[in-house]
Design a protein around this ligand. Structure first.
Ligand code: T5A
Length: 235
C-alpha cells in the first residue's frame, strides 16, 4: 500500500471526535461532513471506531458484547488495537492518501481514556501500543465533546429505547464515566494544538456552530483551499 498523495490531490485531513457516551459525536460528524462537502467540494469520509471495515466491525460486535471483558482492560485494548490496525490499513490511510477529509468517531484517545485512565491499564504500556499501532497517522484535529456523564448516558439510553440493554461500556459505573470525562480533559490539556474541547451540553445547532468555528480556526487551509478550488472550478 502506498501512502503518497497523488500530485493533483490535496493533502488528506484527519479529524477525530472523542468524548463520553452519548456526547453527540455521530450526530455532529454527519453535520460537519455535510458542511465540509458543501463548502470545500472535497471528498469527506465518515467512519467510526471500533469499526469502519468488515473485520473491525466484527471485532466491534464482540468487544461491545463484552466478550473480552473477562480477560481484562489490557486485553480489550489489544482488541481495539487489532480493529484499529485493519481500519487504518484498509480505510483511513488509503482515504488520506487519496486526499480525502476523514472524520472518525473515536480513535486512540478512546483507548487512552477507557482502557487507560478509567480502566486502569498502565499509561506507558498504552503509549507504546499506540505508537506501534497508529504510527505516523495522527489526527490533525481532535474534537472532544464534553458533557456531564449523566446527560450523555441518558441520551444513549433514550436513543437505544427501553427494550435494549446497555452495551459493555454504557453499563459501567457512573464513577467510571466521570473518570472518562476527566481523562478526555487531561488529554486536551496535554495536547492543546491537536485537541479542542466543545461544550456538548447544548442544543445540536449550538454544538454544530462551535465545531464549525473550531475547524475554521484550527484548520484554516482546509476551508480556504476549498474556497479556492470552488473559484477555480467556477472559472
Ligand atoms: N471504546 C472505543 C473503547 O473503550 N476503547 C476504544 O479504543 C474505542 C475506539 C463504542 C464503545 O467502545 C468504547 C467506547 C464506547 O463505549 P459506541 O456505540 O460507538 O460504542 O458508543 P459511542 O461512541 O459513545 O456512541 P454513541 O452513539 O453512544 O454516542 P454519540 O455518537 O456520541 O452520540 P449520538 O450522536 O449518537 O447521540 C446520542 C443521542 O443523543 C441525541 C441523538 O439524537 C441521539 O439520540 N443527541 C442530542 N440530544 C440533545 N442535545 C444534543 N446536543 C444532542 N446530540 C445528540
Amino acid at each position: 500500500m502506498t501512502t503518497d498523495t497523488p500530485e493533483d490531490a490535496p493533502e488528506g485531513v484527519f479529524i477525530t471526535f472523542e468524548g463520553g457516551e452519548g456526547a453527540g459525536k455521530s450526530t455532529q460528524i454527519l453535520r460537519l461532513a455535510a458542511h465540509l462537502r458543501a463548502l470545500t467540494g472535497r471528498e469527506v469520509v465518515t467512519t467510526r471506531e471500533p469499526g469502519g471495515t468488515p473485520k473491525a466491525e466484527a471485532i466491534r460486535e464482540a468487544v461491545l458484547a463484552g466478550v473480552a471483558k473477562p480477560y481484562g482492560a489490557f486485553a480489550e485494548a489489544l482488541m481495539f488495537s487489532a480493529a484499529r490496525i485493519d481500519h487504518l490499513d484498509h480505510l483511513i490511510r488509503p482515504a488520506l492518501a487519496s486526499g480525502a477529509v476523514v472524520l472518525c468517531d473515536r480513535f486512540s484517545d478512546s483507548t487512552r481514556a477507557y482502557q487507560g485512565a478509567a480502566g486502569g491499564v498502565d499509561e506507558a504500556a498504552l503509549h507504546a501500543l499506540e505508537r506501534v499501532v497508529v504510527g505516523p497517522t495522527r489526527p490533525q484535529l481532535t474534537i472532544i465533546l464534553d458533557l456531564p456523564p449523566e446527560t450523555g448516558l441518558a441520551r444513549a439510553r433514550q436513543r437505544a429505547g427501553d427494550g435494549e440493554g446497555a452495551d459493555r461500556f454504557e453499563a459501567e459505573t457512573l464513577d467510571f464515566h466521570q473518570r472518562l470525562r476527566v481523562a478526555f480533559g487531561t488529554i486536551a490539556a496535554a495536547e492543546p494544538d491537536r485537541c479542542v474541547v466543545i461544550d456538548a451540553d447544548a442544543a445540536p445547532d449550538a454544538v454544530e456552530a462551535a465545531i464549525r468555528s473550531a475547524v475554521a480556526v484550527r484548520l484554516p487551509d482546509l476551508l480556504s483551499g476549498g474556497e479556492k478550488d470552488a473559484t477555480e472550478n467556477a472559472a
